[in-house]
Write a protein that binds this ligand. Structure first.
Ligand code: NAD
Length: 304
């Protein structure tokens, strides 16, 4: 098949593009190499991939002739109040609307990377997809807006869209602004690590290989209009993950504590019954296995 992967120079998109190529598909990446984090990191992620430099919010788009679009490009990160907000509107909402309408015109399926951030402080844990979304961060609000735009394009223009709500993806090449790479780098370099909040905030951490597998299954098998949680099976607190990384690395982490970040959720825990029943997907990488892979990648393959 011929697939477009937007955000292919990013963390998850680069893994997804590689997996699709390895499965024998034709893949074209699309990315504008934003400077949200060092674009040189994105250049490394994209090496070995065919990535077209396009800004989805501004440049002309045409998806004719493709079999599907994995729409992962966007502006991530919950620190999204204030001056940064226009970037979230442009790179998530505006880019999303253009991708959805272009895909509808071409009759091409879109698998959209939404987020557990749409749930905010959820009414229920584990959180099933039908839980009313109440995002706490502007980031989560823009992701929810994209979900609504996808549904509106489905109703008005026949868009075939599948929404995946990823829960904290991690693994080799994880975005440097996220906690695990900052912990791993601090351990490698013997520097202190700044922990925001009391460390008891917990997440359904999801290994990137499992996120990729769910995304491909969704493209191949999901019904049009479906929404799925993509979440790891093991909920862990930040304090627990720090202990685990200390034990994997055999080193002690010097932790500096700071106030929690505005918009950060206290807890995420995915209910993945729906995607297991419909698509047969289950997370297959334990947190310990995934963190070992991340530690090895950061400390051996990519020493800072
Ligand atoms: N990493 C996670 O834990 C997580 C969790 C939930 C949802 N998501 C979503 O999954 C997607 C991928 O996340 P990631 O962690 O790999 O992020 P990432 O920042 O590494 O990748 C996103 C890529 O999109 C590109 N991009 C941004 N705006 C663009 C535009 N207008 N046109 C073209 N390219 C553009 C960026 O340059 C970047 O390379 C994002 O949409 C994110 O919101 C990620």
């Amino acid at each position: 098949m011929r697939y477009l992967v937007t955000g292919a120079a990013g963390f998850i998109g680069s893994h997804l593009a590689e997996a699709l190529l390895a499965a024998g598909h034709e893949v074209l990446g699309v990315d504008s190499f934003t400077d949200y984090y060092d674009p040189a990191v994105k250049e490394r992620n994209a090496s070995g991939l065919d990535v077209s430099r396009l800004d989805l919010a501004r440049d002309e788009l045409d998806f004719t002739g493709w079999d599907g679009v994995f729409h992962l490009a966007g502006q991530p990160g919950v620190r999204s109040f204030g001056d940064l907000f226009p970037l979230y509107v442009e790179r998530n909402v505006l880019a999303g609307q253009r991708v959805f309408e272009t895909a509808a015109e071409a009759g091409v399926r879109v698998v959209f990377a939404s987020s557990s951030s749409v749930y905010g402080e959820a009414e229920q844990y584990p959180t099933p997809e039908e839980t009313p979304p109440r995002p706490l961060s502007p980031y989560g609000i823009t992701k929810l807006a994209c979900e609504h735009l996808a549904r509106a394009s489905a109703r008005s223009f026949g868009l075939d869209a599948v929404v995946l709500r990823y829960f904290n993806a991690y693994g080799p090449r994880q975005r440097p602004d996220m906690a695990f790479p900052r912990i791993v780098d601090a351990l490698v370099e013997g520097r202190p690590f700044t922990l925001y909040g009391d460390g008891e905030q917990s997440r359904s951490f999801t290994y990137v290989g499992d996120v990729v597998a769910a995304s491909i299954l969704a493209m191949e098998r999901a019904g049009a209009g479906a929404t799925y949680n993509v979440g790891g099976g093991q909920e862990a607190t930040m304090n627990e993950t720090i202990e685990l990384l200390e034990s994997i690395s055999g080193r002690r982490l010097d932790v500096l504590r700071e106030e929690a970040v505005a918009g950060d959720q206290r807890r995420t825990k995915a209910d993945t019954t729906r995607i297991r029943d419909d698509l047969g997907w289950e997370p297959s990488t334990s947190l310990e296995q995934g963190l070992k892979a991340q530690w090895e990648w950061a400390s051996v393959e990519s020493p800072p």
